[in-house]
Ligand binder design. Sequence first.
Ligand code: HEC
Length: 150
Amino acid sequence: MREVMTKSMARNIFYGGSLFFILIFIGLSWDSHRYIVNTSTNAETLTPSVVAGKHLWEKHGCVNCHTILGEGAYFAPELGNVMTRWGVNDDAEGGFDMLKGWMDAMPTGVEGRRQMPNFNLTDEEYRELADFLLWTNTINTQGWPPNDAG
Ligand code: HEC
């Protein structure tokens, strides 16, 4: 075996190694994309109401206090699974009633408890937000969060 690595050997190792790992990277990226699109989400169940709810979620900056599927601020509870936590699951009417009841009662003013502002939403907006949270609740998160409390 040679004692010294020639320039061309070094170059081949560099290009060969780079190509090898780039191909692995592309393969894994493609696999993640395929998994997200086909397995973990339900694009076909997206209704205009769910989409409108997502816009309200953005517009009112709910994520500035809450997390959704773990993303966001840790000031207030995780909301990706709030419909399960409330025992509503996939009942659209129940989800609307619970969300409206909750959001109308804000802020509670209870001392020592974190406060959520009142957004003065219309019934239609409550319905859209509830539909958005109900839809989010159907995302396959592989068992995350580990308990209903989020
Ligand atoms: C300024 C911070 C803040 C913002 C912004 C905010 N929230 Fe909250 N939210 C809270 C806090 C704090 C609580 C918990 C209050 C309590 O338990 O008394 C809460 C609780 C909730 C709950 C009940 C969670 C549960 O587990 O029972 C829901 C649902 C909710 N918020 C929805 C929303 C939505 C939808 C938005 C956007 C329109 C929003 N929040 C924006 C602070 C916020």
